[in-house]
Design a protein around this ligand. Structure first.
Ligand SMILES: C[S@@+](CC[C@H](N)C(=O)[O-])C[C@H]1O[C@@H](n2cnc3c(N)ncnc32)[C@H](O)[C@@H]1O
Length: 252
């Protein structure tokens, strides 16, 4: 398997999230003056670190299973003088207990569903039930969740789970959040520019690898295939159809 540069070299967040939208979500969490912040599926922790910068009285915990991302998170925490307030642990977020004043879960709700390989509909109810247990009354949650932005086509679902019921539309997601003990403060959807930036960041490492290696390198065919598949899945498939909704929620 060829070695690629870490994704955080090409992406600020591991989700379709612009600087402007991130700032809005961070303000929402910081305005609640949290003392404890939890990020489930934190990736390399950029959002959590920014929340801690905006909420100087808070300590944060980021959980993920990916050691490479967590190593990046710890390195960034040290560089930004946040190592004493930010912990990053390789732990399955399904088993986390306790309550946190502010919680973020962005693009990570599959944590509570069935394995991706089982190609089941996303288990929004399981995620919202688990997340509600992590926040006290009036605690804040930023929930970034997959939705259908437009009715799914066969070309869109093919590179995903293959099913039209994998996601729900944004209105149904808002209803689900309300049904699971949250008041909905704000709802926005990632736009196409955020998606294009996200998907481009994903494939930039393949382009870089190909530029740095000879065309007849033994791994070159594999890398060209990875890039082509990703481009076909997105541009020929789910672009504009798979969406991501950002819900700013308060536990009630
Ligand atoms: C799409 S990424 C989002 C990362 C981050 N929230 C962001 O927006 O930049 C989903 C993350 O969830 C993590 N993840 C998946 N299953 C997990 C589990 N059971 N416990 C903790 N993290 C998990 C993955 O390793 C991945 O980093």
């Amino acid at each position: 398997m060829p070695t690629f540069t870490p994704l955080h070299r090409d992406l600020t967040f591991l989700s379709p999230l612009s600087e402007a939208r991130a700032a809005r979500l961070i303000s929402f969490l910081a305005e609640g003056e949290p003392t404890t912040v939890l990020d489930v599926g934190c990736g390399w922790g950029e959002l959590l670190l920014r929340v801690l910068e905006a909420a100087p009285g808070a300590r944060g915990l980021g959980l993920d299973l990916d050691e490479e991302s967590l190593a990046g998170a710890r390195e960034h925490a040290v560089r930004r003088g946040l190592a004493d307030r930010a912990g990053f642990e390789a732990r399955d977020a399904r088993v986390v207990a306790g309550r946190y004043d502010a919680v973020t879960c962005i693009g990570a709700s599959q944590i509570w569903g069935t394995e991706v390989e089982e190609a089941q509909p996303l288990d929004y109810a399981a995620a919202l039930t688990a997340l509600r247990q992590l926040v006290p009354h009036s605690g804040r949650l930023v929930y970034g969740e997959g939705i259908w932005s437009a009715p799914p086509t066969p070309a869109a679902t093919a590179p995903l789970s293959g099913r039209a019921d994998e996601y729900v539309a944004i209105g149904a997601l808002v209803d689900l959040a309300e049904a699971h003990g949250f008041a909905v403060v704000a709802v926005h959807e990632a736009d196409l520019d955020e998606w294009d930036t996200f998907e481009s960041g994903f494939t930039a490492r393949y382009a870089r690898w190909l530029a740095e290696h000879a065309p007849d390198h033994r791994d070159a065919e594999e890398v060209r295939g990875l890039a082509a598949r990703q481009h076909a899945s997105y541009f020929g498939g789910y672009r504009g159809i798979l969406g991501l909704a950002y819900l700013q929620l308060v536990a009630v």
